[in-house]
Design a protein around this ligand. Structure first.
Ligand SMILES: Cc1cc2nc3c(=O)[nH]c(=O)nc-3n(C[C@H](O)[C@H](O)[C@H](O)COP(=O)(O)OP(=O)(O)OC[C@H]3O[C@@H](n4cnc5c(N)ncnc54)[C@H](O)[C@@H]3O)c2cc1C
Length: 465
């Protein structure tokens, strides 16, 4: 075992910072290089997902590095979705029927700072900011960076390189463009883009809406969501078609049109956003897409992780959680094969790719669920039944959402297979009027579990042809 290998991590976002901390804790010599300024000293641009949904898979990663108590101070628990119709009526749809199951709203910069502070305390971790990676020589594990201020070029060499430079990864693009290996690579853009807005806090610092919920205004094609912040404000995100359809970012090109659109679709939210028009035109409009690529291990010396390997659309609130889980899974293999990086990288990508693909697909499913189905009576009936199953038979039933969000011991791919089969089973049974009111809850559960078993069996038969 060689504890002294030099590791270069490119990109000090959420994944890179956690990875630097973990590898530092394991005794490696770590250099973490980031193209932006140190976010603990310089305020970053507004409009880039200021808060995030942080759930069990992410929590487990923070436990791994011993920050579970510190991170709690940054968290605001959200117990369910607060659905807003366009008459201003609301109802709460809990995330789970089980006690103490919730997700958290967390500040992206707050969490990133916590990780950077912890990593920086380690004598064997060096943080470097304002250096943008321009190119990589992956055969010789060397990367060249340009300093933001001086424009000087610097080269860093290491025994191993980790590419955690996000969805637009320079390292991944380098491999792909230079055809260094046969890298499969795709980006699927969503028809929708996003823009962040704000519901400010009350003058006394209180919240203008329920702070224990993730608020959703589902409108079929488009939607608005809002997550609470510790200062009493909410970060609001509009997911709107970019250019097609009756309403789109392209069409909202004047203050009058923006106000008319919000008055028509989200009147109760509009009433809480005094700076709507200014923010709408000042804040950037971001694209949304799914990035897939493979392999993630290049020449057994460089590994892509986090969004650089698998960026997903944000509708399951799992992109960061999945990126954190990458580090947990990698750590498991480092523990098992310490020093044998070839095996570590190969086992890691073998296990993880299938799960990254699953959460990417689930996130697309949830796009439709959130903007359309949450307002659909059949869907609401299904959720009601699932909540009752979870409440009364916590050991026997987990909804798809619970399998993905609250069961970090179940891989995403398994959660997807089982969750989809359950959804299909309940929706079919409801639609066929087979879950009748004369049945008690246990009988309904038996029927759903049986139907799910049959669907899973059929899926397996088809898979094994
Ligand atoms: C609108 C939106 C909402 C989201 N909401 C959620 C949510 O609720 N829950 C959730 O789990 N996930 C969410 N996500 C996903 C989440 O943001 C990402 O999955 C997560 O940030 C991935 O972390 P990362 O470290 O891999 O990438 P990033 O956070 O993108 O970090 C990459 C880092 O690399 C740096 N970098 C880039 N290029 C270079 C270079 N050439 N040289 C050096 N450094 C470089 C960047 O500056 C950045 O600091 C959301 C995403 C979006 C867009």
């Amino acid at each position: 075992m060689n504890q002294k290998e030099n590791i270069l991590i490119i990109g000090a976002g959420l994944c890179g910072s956690l990875l630097a901390l973990r590898l530092g804790q394991r005794g490696y010599q770590v250099k973490l290089v980031e193209k932006r300024p140190d976010l603990r000293k310089v305020e970053q641009d507004a409009g880039r997902s200021i808060n995030l949904a942080f759930s069990d898979r992410g929590v487990r990663a923070l436990q791994m590095v011993g920050l579970e108590n510190e991170v709690k101070k940054l968290c605001l628990p959200m117990l369910g979705r607060m659905i807003h119709d366009n008459q201003g009526n609301t109802f709460m749809s809990p995330y789970s029927g089980k006690n103490e199951k919730y997700i958290n709203s967390i500040s992206r910069p707050g969490l990133n700072m916590l990780l950077l502070d912890a990593a920086e305390k380690l004598p064997n971790v060096q943080l470097i900011f304002n250096q943008s990676c321009e190119s990589v020589d992956l055969k010789n594990t060397m990367a060249t960076f340009t300093d933001y201020h001086t424009k000087e070029k610097t080269t860093h060499t290491a025994n191993y390189i980790f590419g955690t430079d996000g969805a637009g990864s320079v390292i991944r693009n380098n491999v792909f463009n230079n055809k260094l290996i046969r890298l499969s690579f795709s980006i699927d853009w969503l028809t929708h883009s996003y823009k962040e807005l704000t519901i400010p806090a009350l003058e006394n610092g209180g919240f203008k809406a329920d702070s224990k919920a993730l608020h959703i205004w589902p409108r079929g094609e488009n939607m608005l969501i809002a997550l609470p912040n510790l200062d009493g404000s909410f970060t609001v995100t509009l997911f709107l078609s970019h250019e097609t359809g009756a309403d789109s970012f392209q069409k909202l090109d004047s203050p009058e049109k923006v106000l008319e659109y919000f008055e028509r679709e989200y009147p109760d939210a509009k009433a809480l956003m005094p700076n709507l028009v200014e923010e709408f035109f000042e804040n950037p409009t971001g694209p949304l897409g799914t990035v897939k690529c493979y392999p993630w291990s290049i020449f057994n010396k460089t590994l892509l992780l986090g969004d650089a390997a698998h960026a997903i659309v944000p509708f399951y609130g799992q992109g960061m959680n999945a990126s954190f889980e990458d580090v947990v899974v990698l750590d498991k293999y480092i523990e098992k094969y310490e020093g044998d990086w070839k095996t570590i990288f190969s086992e890691f990508q073998k296990e993880r790719k299938i799960d990254a693909d699953a959460i990417a697909d689930l996130a697309i499913d949830n796009f439709y669920e959130m903007k359309e189905h949450t307002a659909n009576p059949l869907f609401q009936e299904k959720r009601k039944l699932e909540i009752a199953f979870e409440e009364n038979y916590p050991e026997r039933y987990n909804s798809k959402y619970s399998l993905v969000t609250f069961n970090d011991n179940i891989p995403y791919s398994v959660a997807m297979r089982r969750g989809r089969a359950q959804d299909k089973a309940i929706l079919n049974l409801l639609d066929d009027n087979k879950l009748i009111s004369e049945m008690n809850l246990e009988e309904k559960l038996e029927l759903v579990l049986n139907e799910t078993k049959n669907i899973l069996h059929d899926d397996n038969v088809a898979k094994n042809l």
